[in-house]
Write a protein that binds this ligand. Structure first.
Ligand SMILES: NC(=O)c1ccc[n+]([C@@H]2O[C@H](COP(=O)([O-])OP(=O)(O)OC[C@H]3O[C@@H](n4cnc5c(N)ncnc54)[C@H](OP(=O)(O)O)[C@@H]3O)[C@@H](O)[C@H]2O)c1
Length: 263
């Protein structure tokens, strides 16, 4: 769908990183943008940026793992904007550990926030998207949802679940005017790694460290907006990450060998 001035949108995880950049870029297109995350103060700062850029922000804090709070944020958005035509389910966190060292709560938390938070966001937005076509649902997944590495098993599983959920949804709603996109970035320079107990310069496989450049969050935001306007199903970036994902799909044994040979 074309993102025109006044488009009513909702972005989760809008207080930081990729979500913040998506919200600002929608602001620059004069959209109405509901900002969802847990930290109200950080959302208010982003709201100022959206307003300065020419958009109309709405601060609608919620924990995406709290279905009631999320439903309230979506409801407030629809009431304030008169509908919803774009939802970006971006809120998420990273937790990494070897399987033997994982506390049981780790996988649970990743599934609760990354996967079930996305499911709840999309499910609450969908009736409004269907009522205001052409419209679009996006999730920020991860290249880790397409290709795992050491320590990423639980995180990768949560993002693979997001990808498959969106892939199923796309087939259900595409002919009814709702586009669906999942964005799969490699490492992005955001506060994400500060809390995720993964040091990308030490823990990622050697070839990824050497050959995959670190993205900036505004690049991911631009790719996301472009994908919405072109109704692309999957976006993986940067280009080198697409090569690794392709290798994994075509020759999984070669991909295993490469990662084990160059850990
Ligand atoms: N950075 C990377 O290398 C990378 C790579 C691939 C994919 N991703 C994905 O990109 C998305 C955004 O990450 P980022 O890099 O922009 O990290 P970030 O700067 O840490 O931002 C994460 C955002 O998610 C929000 N959030 C976390 N838990 C939440 C919850 N329970 N309820 C509501 N909001 C919540 C945070 O806001 P509050 O703390 O205010 O709630 C924040 O706005 C995530 O889904 C992440 O998995 C990141």
């Amino acid at each position: 769908m074309k993102i025109v001035p006044g488009t009513p949108a909702l972005v989760t995880g809008a207080s930081s990183g990729i979500g913040r950049e998506v919200a600002l870029s929608l602001g620059r297109r004069h959209c109405r943008v509901a900002l969802v995350a847990r930290r109200r103060e950080a959302l208010e700062e982003v709201a100022e940026g959206v307003a300065d850029a020419g958009g109309e922000p709405l601060v609608a804090p919620a924990d995406v793992a709290d279905e009631g709070a999320l439903a309230e944020s979506v409801g407030r958005t629809v009431e304030a904007f008169g509908g919803l035509r774009l939802v970006v389910a971006n809120a998420g966190l990273g937790r990494y550990a070897l399987v033997e060292a994982q506390a049981p709560q780790m996988a649970e938390q990743l599934i609760r926030v990354n996967y079930l938070g996305t499911v709840a966001t999309v499910r609450h937005a969908l009736p409004h998207l269907l009522a205001a076509t052409p419209s679009h649902a996006v999730a920020v997944a991860s290249s880790a949802g397409l290709i795992s590495h050491r320590m990423s098993s639980a995180y990768s599983a949560s993002k693979a679940a997001v990808i498959q959920y969106l892939a199923g949804l796309r087939l259900e709603v595409l002919d009814r005017g709702v586009g669906v996109t999942w964005v799969c970035p490699g490492p992005v320079d955001t506060p994400y790694f500060d809390q995720s107990n993964l040091d990308p310069d030490r823990d990622l496989p050697l070839l990824a460290r050497r050959l995959v450049r670190r993205l900036q969050p505004d690049e991911v935001a631009r790719a996301l907006v472009r994908a919405v306007e072109r109704n692309r199903p999957e976006v993986t970036l940067p280009a080198m990450m697409r090569f690794f994902v392709w290798t994994r799909r075509m020759t999984p044994r070669l991909a295993d060998w490469m990662i084990r040979r160059f850990p």
